[in-house]
Design a protein around this ligand. Structure first.
Ligand SMILES: Cc1cc2nc3c(=O)[nH]c(=O)nc-3n(C[C@H](O)[C@H](O)[C@H](O)COP(=O)(O)OP(=O)(O)OC[C@H]3O[C@@H](n4cnc5c(N)ncnc54)[C@H](O)[C@@H]3O)c2cc1C
Length: 384
């Protein structure tokens, strides 16, 4: 059965690999002309790691990931421990044991998934930006802006937060600017070392600002993410440059170790944080949504990428057990819509706690990030 996937992001690639491994003829159409080194660090949940084991890519992912044995929440100015526990590990390479989260550079994970997908069949069809969809009784037809077209039995919109597929099937709602801006930069570990006295990972909580940093690539680099509340956002995409001066202004008053990392930032980027309102339905005929296209969410639980990865696995399981398009899409949506709506809501709740005006009131035990129902889900074994 031919299944058309729109978007070679993390969700589209996991869906493509899992569907091909289950015997389906899955093709991915991607708007970009080339797949490059964009983005920065991501957190991988236990569930995401379980998917990688099931898809046979865990050994390729492992060398790029770092394991978190613990994560401390610190007062932004004094470094006092507010919740959690410090991790004084070296950021050793992944040992393959899914005890807790991992952190990985999006580009490293993306490259592993592209290679795994292309080992199983034709490559990602680059330069294919979806323009229109036409459904008939037993097929779906996709037209691309380059004049090309494709026909399949089902179409999966894995085309991210500004999804064209969502616009076509669910109407013209837009991504919502959430009043938060994220700065991202990397610092080589040897340069970062003087500013890492609190261990390999730490979240610094300040008034309406959060600074999170952790090691990647087996401890070789430190990924830094500063999130600040703001009223306006005029940039677009994933690569708007950010300056040391503006980051210093937004994180004024933070601990010298935070400011030290900011001072050593090169190639910093920033983006506005957008989410999408949960939909009442994802599926229209032979077309459904997956990942950010369906449920883009705030990053405060670090589960946005994990949700797309879970979606991809569950979609393939639903097709494998149902065989036919309509029951497979119904089963997929029934399994995924409630869980992703929950994580979407809990990400807002976590953000309200971590971005509160007074970090001294942060109650880690009551935060969604400690809820086992959120972090314990396994999409490989969960009933669907
Ligand atoms: C370049 C890039 C860098 C990112 N960096 C980070 C990061 O550092 N940290 C972080 O937390 N999150 C990052 N994200 C977002 C993160 O990857 C997603 O939130 C999450 O992984 C969900 O994945 P997804 O597959 O649903 O969407 P995405 O990963 O956003 O992938 C969507 C894909 O669809 C493609 N696409 C869009 N429109 C069309 C169209 N009309 N036709 C064909 N293809 C289309 C896009 O080019 C993209 O490849 C990044 C996303 C992108 C695209």
């Amino acid at each position: 059965m031919k299944i058309l996937i729109i978007g070679a992001g993390l969700g589209g690639l996991v869906a493509g690999i899992a569907l091909r491994r289950a015997g389906f003829d899955a093709d991915i159409h991607e708007q970009a002309d080339r797949l490059g080194e964009v983005g920065a660090g991501l957190t991988l949940s236990r569930g995401a790691q379980s998917v990688f084991r099931a898809l046979g890519v865990q050994d390729q992912v492992a060398p790029f990931a770092c394991r978190s044995s613990a994560f401390p929440f610190l007062h932004y100015a004094s470094a006092r421990l507010l919740a959690g526990a410090p991790d004084f590990g070296s950021g050793e390479p992944d040992d393959g044991v899914a005890d807790i989260g991992r952190q990985i550079h999006r580009a490293d994970l993306h490259a592993v998934l592209v290679a795994a997908f292309e080992e199983l069949g034709p490559p990602v069809r680059l330069g294919h930006s979806l323009a229109a969809i036409d459904q008939s009784a037993d097929t779906v037809h996709a037209a691309f802006t380059n004049g090309d077209s494709a026909v399949g039995k089902a179409l999966i919109g894995a085309d991210g937060v500004r999804s064209v597929v969502r616009g076509i099937i669910a109407g013209a709602d837009s991504p919502r600017f959430t009043g938060q801006i994220a700065y991202r930069f990397l610092v080589p570990a040897e340069i970062a070392r003087p500013f890492m006295a609190q261990g390999r990972g730490a979240v610094w909580l300040g008034p309406r600002r959060t600074f999170n940093r952790y090691t990647l690539r087996g401890g070789a680099i430190v990924n830094c993410v500063g999130i600040a509340a703001t009223d306006v956002w005029i940039g677009d995409g994933w690569s708007t440059p950010a300056s040391v001066a503006e980051m210093r202004a937004d994180f004024a008053g933070f601990h010298p170790d935070v400011l030290g990392l900011i001072d050593h930032a090169t190639g910093a980027i920033k983006w506005g944080l957008f989410d999408r309102a949960p939909l009442d339905a994802w599926t229209h005929g032979r077309v459904t949504l997956l990942g950010d296209a369906a449920h883009a969410m705030l990053p405060f639980l670090g589960l946005g990428a994990a949700m797309a990865i879970e979606d991809g696995m569950i979609l393939a399981r639903a097709f494998a057990s149902e065989g036919a398009v309509a029951p497979a899409l119904a089963r997929y949506e029934a399994a995924r819509r409630p869980r992703t709506a929950l994580i979407h809501a809990k990400s807002i709740e976590q953000g309200e706690l971590t971005q509160a005006r007074d970090p001294d009131n942060y109650d880690g035990a009551a935060a969604p990030s400690s809820d086992p129902a959120i972090i314990g889900y396994d999409p490989v074994t969960a009933g669907i």
